[in-house]
Design a protein around this ligand. Structure first.
Ligand SMILES: [Zn+2]
Length: 289
């Protein structure tokens, strides 16, 4: 069933686990994520990026996700990932997304507040939750060559930001980065504890891919309720693709081509769900949905 970002994260915050948030492009990814989450009885967030939703993407990704969400017996949030454009936020609301992220993290504080508040004003009247970002998680989701420095989130800013914007979830910068790491990251757990104490709003970790498991567990124990994973999905799928390419047949069946991609991706999603302790949480997540 489709639920809002706010609802899916509320139980996570209360019970110290995190919900996996996975980018999906096309049916193979969407289906693999949802089937794996259902097998693990885990609530799950599927995300689309504006670039993938353009044109028919709204129909193929959002349309498919909404239909599939009705079929699967777990709480599912359909979320717009990193968005910098209020028109796209409005489009996502129109297409039935249950969560949107407005990313004003590279703007000065006051502008980030104003733009995020505008996104909230678009989304909330339709019952759609909003995630924002304070501080800045560097790197890039899309191009591994691009690199922007991270700026840690400041505890004294967080209370003010939440109060002024009314956001439902907040991405914080505590030492992760987007993309493939050049060296192992070290999360600033001390900072995370300060942030968790400063607000009741569920906190989100971007750049979850490649962060050592013990650090992810520690972050979840200290208040992270949503962990975004995209880079590792791509790495897993590429392993499957290379496996599929070994088939010695000129006309391999679709299942022979997509099967290895699906199974590598499914293994990764299952591992992440267990790492975040969201397995077995599906029935408990939404008490009154
Ligand atoms: Zn991100």
């Amino acid at each position: 069933m489709l639920v809002t970002l706010k609802d899916i994260l509320a139980d996570a915050r209360d019970n110290h686990y995190a919900v996996g948030a996975f980018n999906v492009i096309e049916n193979v990814m969407l289906r693999t994520v949802l089937e794996t989450a259902e097998a693990k009885e885990a609530p799950v967030i599927v995300m689309g990026l504006a670039a993938d939703l353009e044109g028919a993407g709204w129909t193929y990704i959002a349309g498919l996700a909404k239909l599939a969400a009705e079929y699967h017996d777990i709480p599912i949030c359909l979320h717009l990932d990193h968005c910098y454009d209020l028109d796209v936020i409005a489009q996502a609301v129109e297409h039935g997304f249950t969560g949107v992220m407005y990313d004003g993290s590279s703007l000065p504080f006051d502008e980030n507040v104003n733009m995020t508040k505008a996104a909230v004003d678009i989304a909330h009247p339709h019952g759609v939750s909003v995630e924002a970002e304070l501080g800045h998680v560097g790197g890039s989701d899309l191009a591994e060559t691009q690199h922007v420095e991270s700026v840690l989130t400041e505890p004294d800013e967080i209370t003010k930001f939440v109060e002024l914007t009314g956001v439902d979830a907040l991405a914080v910068s505590i030492g992760t980065g987007h993309g493939v790491y050049r060296s192992e990251p070290t999360l600033n757990i001390e900072r995370l504890v300060e942030l968790t104490q400063a607000t009741d709003v569920p906190l989100v970790m971007h750049g979850g891919s490649g962060t050592p498991d013990d650090q992810v567990r520690n972050a979840v124990a200290n208040g992270i309720t949503k962990v975004n994973v995209f880079t590792e999905e791509r790495i897993a799928m590429f392993r499957g693709l290379k496996e599929a390419a070994k088939i010695d047949r000129i006309d391999p069946l679709p299942e022979d081509q997509f099967g290895p991609i699906r199974s590598e991706l499914s293994a990764l999603i299952g591992e992440k769900i267990e790492l975040l302790s969201s397995d077995g949480r599906a029935a408990l997540t939404i008490a009154d949905a």
